[in-house]
Design a binder for this molecule. Structure first.
Ligand code: SF4
Ligand code: SF4
Length: 472
């Protein structure tokens, strides 16, 4: 049996099943251990994070008043690191051709009932214009794995097309990429193409479960998939985004696996994941949720987000439109720092919405327009941010983490949020949203510290005069 070693390059040593099982037993034994839980919460209040064992104990905690403290602390940490900013992005599906056999995904190779579609470069440009015309600046590219239809060259061309497609005020300034695990060489090519974050969801860290859920295709190789973030780091993609698909397996196992993965990246490369996403299994074409006994209730889902927030304060957290408006509202203050808005989860869905029902990867529960999402965030007291500054300013990997850990990233995030919000309000917002937003910009601007405020005011004046794309 492989021994646990967070620095190892082998998946089964840094995600060691034996260590996870022992952690889960330890957490179950201590779920009502008030003294231990209090000491973990005291440590967590220092805002330097927790290890996977400590996090597992908090996740299992069954003392109501301690659970309240867990949620309160998550809110405090969220506020301290991310303030009231929420970054917005949209997914862009390039192709649903896929050779893999993921049993929870309608794009799996054997599904003959779903129409297959791969966007041409002209179609990608049209989708991008549609996204830019809504006001989006940050995309997450999604693509099935198919060596013949979707080789790396296709993805690289798509990235080039996205960055080159501009409208009067619109441009995509950050392309994050969610494609199948690949080679160091291909990660290097993605890095050279100027991607922001490389995203790959683990789906489940439980090897046996993973192999059952991925019976065919290259993705069935658990170790190759689990070691992908290491190869990405070696290929200079130093901002990586992890995530499990909650509902596939026991959430306790997955939470521990997720945190061990973060500890491994930190131990081996000196930098943990840039983001952790929390997708949750939801209905889709040909997928019957009755086949998945680990589906999570909302309360547990919210607690997972709170525990991740406490355990990994430096890591951005992302939630998609898989979740309803209500759930999204509940988790914003518990730890989420990025959300998607007005998403289409089908290939070509922004220009041909009528195709959406036939080819969506999953059902979108939050179907509001971007303007409605922006207006909702403003009404809740959040600053909707279209910021893409860090990777463009070379603040990636350990340079980025250094700023976050020193508590200095605020000085960039807040003015950038206000400036990009101002661009959105001027160029795309409806009347009511513009009014709400302008009040937010004016109210937040005066709170900025001295020299930042002066510069931000100057940029704001220039944006109102027609210039664009200023950043800290
Ligand atoms: Fe293909 Fe990804 Fe769907 Fe798996 S989850 S079938 S790899 S598109
Ligand atoms: Fe994200 Fe950097 Fe912008 Fe802050 S300044 S919102 S960390 S890109």
């Amino acid at each position: 049996m492989p021994a646990y070693n967070p620095k190892s390059e082998h998946a089964e040593e840094f995600i060691c099943d034996e260590e996870i099982q022992e952690t889960l037993e330890y957490a179950a034994r201590n779920k009502s251990n008030r003294g231990l839980i209090e000491s973990i919460l005291n440590k967590a209040a220092g805002m330097k994070g927790l290890n996977h064992r400590e996090a597992a104990v908090l996740m299992d905690c069954d003392l109501p008043e301690m659970n309240e403290r867990i949620h309160d602390l998550a809110r405090e940490i969220k506020k301290a690191f991310y303030g009231n900013r929420i970054v917005l992005f949209a997914p862009l599906y390039l192709s649903n051709y896929c050779v893999n056999g993921c049993v929870y995904c309608p794009y799996h190779g054997k599904n003959k009932s779903i129409p297959r579609k791969k966007l041409s470069m002209e179609e990608i440009a049209a989708e991008v214009r549609a996204l830019e015309n809504m006001g989006h600046k940050r995309l997450a590219v999604e693509c099935g794995e198919h060596p013949a239809y979707n080789p790396i060259e296709y993805v690289l061309d798509a990235i080039k097309t996205i960055y080159a497609t501009k409208t009067e005020y619109g441009s995509i300034r950050r392309v994050n990429v969610n494609i199948a695990a690949t080679t160091v060489e291909n990660y290097r090519r993605l890095h050279e193409a100027g991607i922001g974050t490389y995203i790959l969801f683990q789906e489940t860290y439980d090897k046996k479960n993973y192999e059952a859920l991925h019976p065919t295709g290259p993705k069935s190789d658990y170790c190759y998939h689990t070691e992908a973030m290491d190869r990405a780091q070696m290929g200079c993609c130093d901002d990586v985004g992890c995530g499990v698909l909650y509902g596939l397996n026991s959430y306790r196992y997955e939470l521990v696996g997720q945190l061990m993965h973060a500890e491994h990246l930190e131990a081996r490369f000196g930098v943990g994941p840039h983001t952790i996403s929390v997708p949750r299994l939801c209905p889709a074409d040909g997928i019957d949720l009755k086949d998945f006994p680990n589906i999570l209730p909302d309360d547990i889902f919210c607690k997972i987000i709170a525990v991740i927030r406490i355990s990994a304060p430096y890591t951005g957290m992302i939630i998609s439109t898989r979740e309803s408006r209500n759930v999204r509202e509940r988790v914003l203050d518990l730890g989420i720092s990025q959300i998607s808005g007005a998403s289409r989860t089908s290939v070509g869905g922004y220009t041909t919405p009528e195709r959406h029902d036939e080819t969506a990867q999953f059902d979108v529960h939050d179907q509001r327009t971007l303007d409605e999402v922006v207006s909702w965030l403003l009404a809740l007291g959040y600053i909707p941010s279209f910021c893409t500054a860090c990777y463009r300013a070379g603040r990636t990997g350990d340079r980025f983490m250094h700023l976050v850990k020193a508590g200095k990233i605020h000085h960039c995030c807040t003015p950038n949020a206000l400036l990009t919000l101002e661009e959105y309000l001027t160029d795309y917002a409806g009347e009511a949203t513009r009014k709400l937003g302008q009040e937010m910009v004016d109210a937040e601007m005066v709170k900025l510290p001295g020299p930042v405020k002066d510069k931000a005011k100057e940029y704001l004046r220039r944006i109102r005069g027609g210039e664009r794309d200023f950043r800290f």
